[in-house]
Write a protein that binds this ligand. Structure first.
Ligand code: AVJ
Length: 325
């Protein structure tokens, strides 16, 4: 039987006229901000793939190295599981895990979840060809929608994984809520595998978000083009410049778009107008950098007990495997 490559959870967001309340909210506040999920239209997901290849952007390569060393151990620790990935993107690193589960377990099932329909569909179609032993189905939607969907159907044992330190986009409060939602989508004995970027000197962090080829700048600016097509807007991306700085006190990279001209923006579909003064900025992303021991405590507070952690020789990136109690 042929399975549908995608289940669309978020028909609303996938329509052009989703409500965009979060956009209005962010642009009405002082200082202005926008949710990082708006990076990921198809062009943004493509640009993120390019970021992952940059020499300055160490997280992807470092996490892939850890997975290449320890994927078998992870598969042996959990045994057969339904594999669920949040924010799967191109699923490139995931292949290291799929290979290990294919070798070490039977009854393989993989559910990638992403908000970017183009990249999700093409990676699911490719993986279905390349992993004929796996049953693979993509879930198109936000994390919240996916976790809700998962809660209602959890018969077999499950491993949810969330790689690439995407958890760094959440504020501490949002992070706790999110871990609570993860714990809810798991039964006792189920697993959660989390990839986190670790604290390190600013001299390494800042170039990773200010690459010499300007790919990160293009990725940041693309959010405005995405909002233009999604909400019939008139942002002029040429008025804005990219900046990323490391805020040492909060241990987070902050990405901004600085507006260089006075600019009146309307987003017609939202029936919303907002004005920018020359020199004003929009916070588009925080990317927090973590401490392995503190994260384990935060996981434990949600009933997620650490079984094992792995890192690279320089301790730049960490993986934590935990189990729901
Ligand atoms: C996908 C959120 C993990 O924070 O490093 C990369 C996104 N932003 N370069 C990160 C990102 C700029 C990335 N995450």
């Amino acid at each position: 039987m042929l399975t549908q490559p995608l289940i669309i959870l978020d028909t609303h967001y996938q329509e052009l006229n989703n409500d965009g309340g979060d956009v209005i909210q962010g642009l009405t506040k002082t200082p202005k901000s926008l949710p990082p999920k708006y990076f990921y239209d198809d062009r943004g997901s493509q640009l993120f793939e390019e970021i992952c290849q940059l020499s300055e952007y160490y997280p992807t390569r470092t996490e892939a190295w850890i997975l290449s060393q320890y994927a078998n151990e992870i598969a042996q620790l959990t045994g057969s599981c339904e594999l669920v990935e949040l924010g799967s993107g191109s699923s490139t690193k995931t292949r290291l895990l799929l290979d290990a589960y294919q070798q070490n377990t039977d009854d393989c099932r993989y559910l990638p979840i992403d908000i970017s329909g183009g990249i999700l569909k093409s990676s699911v179609l490719q993986l279905q060809q390349q992993y004929p032993d796996f049953s693979i189905q993509g879930l198109l939607g936000t994390y919240e929608q996916a976790l809700e969907h998962l809660r209602s159907n959890s018969l077999r044992s499950r491993l949810i994984f969330f790689l690439g330190s995407s958890i760094g986009n959440f504020t501490p409060q949002e992070c706790d809520n999110f871990l609570g939602q993860i714990a809810h989508a798991l039964k006792p004995g189920d697993y959660f595998l989390l990839g986190i970027d670790l604290q390190k000197p600013k001299e390494i962090l800042e170039p990773a978000y200010n690459d010499s080829q300007g790919v990160t700048a293009a990725f940041n600016l693309n959010m405005l083009s995405h909002l233009n097509w999604r909400f019939q807007g008139n942002f002029n991306p040429n008025f804005f410049t990219h900046q990323a700085i490391y805020n040492q006190a909060d241990a987070q990279i902050e990405m901004y778009l600085h507006c260089q001209e006075n600019h009146l923006v309307s987003l017609d579909i939202l029936n919303f107008k907002v004005s920018f003064q020359a020199g004003e900025s929009i916070l588009t992303e925080i990317s927090r950098k973590f401490d392995l021991a503190i994260m384990q405590k935060q996981l434990a507070a949600q009933g997620l007990k650490t079984l094992q952690t792995w890192t690279d020789p320089r301790h730049w990136f960490g993986l934590i495997l935990c189990q729901a109690q």
